[in-house]
Design a protein. Structure first.
Length: 143
């Protein structure tokens, strides 16, 4: 009698730990960046992965570039922007990758020195659920 109870407890524990990767709230995760040191003429590519149970993501990802503040930075050290993501067939249990691309000229250092920036990303679906914020590792933008 003792073994079936122990076996049932172990099974219950295993099934309770198996989380569904598709949730109503979109999930967004930072995966990688092609370089941690961006020089003139280079391109920065940040790869993110997403999942969404309903497959109802909007066509926009919200981005905040955060740079250590400097006295001449007009925005206090951050720049907010949006990026259009390609449309994809809607359906349940969507997953995929989003690649955000910047060329050097669109990320000129805010100060007269090298900048260290982190990028923060948020997705929203049509029901206005927001994903957790995915954050890149620090990236140096050389002056």
């Amino acid at each position: 009698m003792r073994n079936p109870i122990l076996f049932s407890i172990i099974l219950l524990f295993l099934f309770s730990c198996n989380k569904n990767k598709y949730t109503t709230v979109p999930q967004l995760k930072y995966k990688s960046v092609n370089t941690k040191a961006l020089h003139r003429g280079e391109t920065l590519r940040i790869t993110l992965s997403f999942t969404d149970a309903e497959g109802d993501l909007t066509d926009t990802i919200f981005i905040r570039e955060v740079v250590k503040p400097c006295p001449v930075a007009p925005s206090g050290g951050f720049i907010d922007s949006t990026h259009t993501i390609p449309s994809f067939p809607s359906g349940r249990n969507q997953s995929g990758e989003i690649i955000i691309t910047y060329d050097y000229s669109s990320l000129n250092p805010l100060c007269n020195r090298n900048d260290t920036a982190v990028f923060k990303f948020v997705l929203r679906d049509k029901a206005k659920h927001k994903s957790d914020t995915a954050v890149s590792e620090p990236i140096v933008i050389y002056n």
